[in-house]
Design a protein around this ligand. Structure first.
Ligand code: PMP
Length: 363
């Protein structure tokens, strides 16, 4: 038996643990910000037919550039944010937005280069950065989890990062990005600016998407995913919108045929049922707002949320609270600043179970 330590693994990977929330079989899984509503029977049937439609040609490689899927994604973004006028050469897709982010780092990061983000934020940003050999700089957030535009510009001027990460709404805090921060960052950044909008569809009315700034900002990249609002986490489909030159850069680093024919067919079918899938967003927003109000009513601190999850605290021993919930069949996420916990917004039934379990745990 060889142990990992005995292998000639890269020095910077030694002693590291794989990333990932525990995948436990529990009655109430509220830990990975999925959409709790499964596909309808009609969509399940359509997906089956779409998979069958490509099954007969699986001896062949898929469309390497996923052109039809990217055209559908561009059309979806156009309907989501009217007036964008996006087309296929400004949209790119990969296996989840994690792979999209990895390709961005492969193209624009690397040894001798720097990426900067504002923590607490999505913990895969520094991990993907590190794995690509890029140096990570954390420019911290304020106590209310916001980012100060002046401080952001100063951090960028100091570190001259090749890539800046912003997350809106931010994970794990739920905080929407102040447009003044994005403007300051776009102004100050010498390199690429990535706005990770994995949860954008859940944002409250009046919160703009960074997509509206793509024109005139050729170094801006907006990433999205079908894993969250779109209720397709199992499909593994993430995408981005950017200047055509950015897509050209990503073509240099992507593996050929990275998106399987099945993935492309399933994602296109889901997009064709987009209205149905996104039909749950309003209900989830209402459930989220109700949850925030309830937690505050219980005397807890709760971060404002534009996403489908809520960060709440503060607990001197958050592990005890997390475990108390798990003992009652409710799995949430021990993530973010110490003393805080994150719960994903589920169905009304799941939220009832969470509320009951939390009350019991805290009594
Ligand atoms: N960005 C953010 C902010 C996320 O929270 C997540 C998933 N938790 C991702 C990207 C990656 O999602 P996926 O790879 O499923 O698209």
């Amino acid at each position: 038996m060889t142990t990992l330590d005995e292998l000639p693994i890269r020095d910077d990977l030694r002693g590291k643990r794989p990333y990932g929330a525990p995948q436990l079989d529990v009655p109430y899984a509220l830990n990975t910000n999925e959409n709790p509503y499964p596909p309808s029977e009609a969509l399940v049937k359509a997906i089956g037919e779409a998979a069958a439609g490509v099954a007969g040609s699986l001896n062949r490689y898929p469309d390497r550039d996923a052109v039809a899927l990217r055209a559908d994604l561009a059309a979806f973004l156009d309907s989501d944010t009217p007036g964008l006028g996006l087309d296929v050469d400004r949209v790119w897709a990969a296996n989840g937005s994690n792979e999209v982010l990895q390709q961005i780092l492969q193209a624009f990061g690397g040894p001798g280069r720097t990426a900067l983000g504002f923590e607490p934020s999505y913990s895969m940003h520094p991990i993907i950065t590190g794995v690509s050999g890029t140096r990570w700089v954390n420019a911290a957030r304020d106590d209310d989890f916001g980012v100060d535009p002046g401080a952001a510009a100063a951090a960028i001027a100091e570190h001259r990062p090749d890539v800046v990460f912003l997350t809106s709404p931010n994970n794990p805090t739920g905080t929407a990005l102040d447009p003044a921060v994005l403007a300051a960052v776009l102004d100050a950044a010498p390199g690429m600016v990535v706005v990770d909008e994995a949860y954008a569809e859940f944002r409250r009315a009046g919160t703009p998407s960074a997509l509206t700034l793509l024109d005139g900002h050729p170094r801006l990249i907006v990433t999205r995913t079908m894993s969250k609002a779109f209720a397709m986490a199992g499909t593994r489909l993430g995408y981005l919108a950017a200047d055509p030159a950015v897509i050209e850069a990503l073509l240099l680093v992507r593996l050929p045929y990275h998106l399987s024919a099945v993935t492309q067919a399933v994602a296109r079918t889901a997009l064709a049922h987009g209205a149905e899938l996104l039909g749950t967003v309003d209900a989830l927003r209402r459930e989220r707002d109700g949850l925030v109000a309830w937690l505050r009513g219980e005397g807890l601190d709760v971060a404002d949320s534009d996403a489908n999850f809520v960060l709440f605290g503060r607990f001197p021993d958050r592990r005890r609270v997390w475990q108390g919930l798990l003992d009652r069949g409710v799995l949430i996420r021990e993530v973010g600043p110490p003393a805080w916990l994150r719960v994903s917004v589920g169905t009304p039934e799941e939220m009832n179970a969470f509320r009951t379990a939390l009350k019991e745990t805290l009594s």
